[in-house]
Design a protein around this ligand. Structure first.
Ligand code: 4HQ
Length: 226
């Protein structure tokens, strides 16, 4: 999958994209992420990319011209799916990440300041929000989206098994995990995980996931908070 990211702050992305699982996915050619500095496309002599809002008000608005030219430069192909990260968008969910992971080419537009000139919306296929809070820009949401959907690209997680093993607790919060030693400062790992009966371990994990979910996120199980 190819992902182009349009931003005024490309330097924010380097660490997130080069480390850990995303770094490995890029090295393996499963993911090709390129950042583009919107300011490079400004036709203004001072490379201006934002301006005061018509009608007045606080803050700056990102100008249409540099965004249109940047978008046109990265979407020579008609099949690019163009996304704006914004609190106005549909909330990011696993099914959404799964669908986006099947696209050949994504373009992510990150707004900053008070957002983008509304005419930019004519370039956008889909608006996505990562949650009901306001950030200083769309860069962190773009990183969250890339990380989230990368998990659904075949080969990104070590083997296909990690995702399959989790499927029996899909939609639930994670069950408790332990690693060596079996006794750490007097705290014992649950016996059932040590004697290794696969079916019993599965059942225990499923029950734990349900209990934890019911306690902290009853809404995920169709119940309401008390
Ligand atoms: N912003 N989910 C304001 C977000 C956001 C979110 C992105 C802040 C766009 C202009 N984006 N800018 N929450 O808070 O996606």
């Amino acid at each position: 999958m190819k992902i182009d990211i349009l931003t005024l702050f490309p330097e924010m992305f380097a660490g997130v994209l080069s480390a850990s699982i995303l770094g490995r996915a890029s090295a393996a050619g499963l993911l090709t992420v390129q950042t583009h500095n919107i300011r490079d496309y400004s036709t203004d002599k001072h490379r201006k990319a934002d301006d005061y809002p018509f009608g007045g008000g606080a803050g700056l608005v990102m100008m249409a011209q540099p965004i249109f030219d940047c978008m046109e430069a990265v979407t020579a192909d008609a099949q690019a799916h163009r996304i704006l990260l914004t609190p106005r968008g549909r909330p990011l969910r696993p099914d959404m990440a799964k669908r986006l992971a099947r696209e050949a080419h994504l373009v992510l537009l990150c707004g900053h300041y008070e957002g983008v000139d509304e005419r930019v919306m004519t370039l956008i296929d889909e608006e996505i929000s990562i949650g009901d809070y306001v950030l200083t820009g769309g860069e962190l949401p773009a990183m969250v989206l890339v990380d989230c959907l990368a998990r659904f690209i075949p080969g990104v997680l070590g083997g296909e098994t990690s995702m399959q093993e989790e499927s029996f607790t899909e939609g639930l919060l994670e069950y408790p995990q332990y690693t060596r030693p079996a006794n750490f400062r007097g705290m014992q790992v649950p016996e059932i995980l040590l004697n290794g009966h696969h079916a019993n371990i599965r059942a225990w994990r499923r029950r734990q996931a349900e209990e934890i979910t019911r306690k902290v996120r009853p809404d995920l199980m169709g119940d309401s908070y008390e």
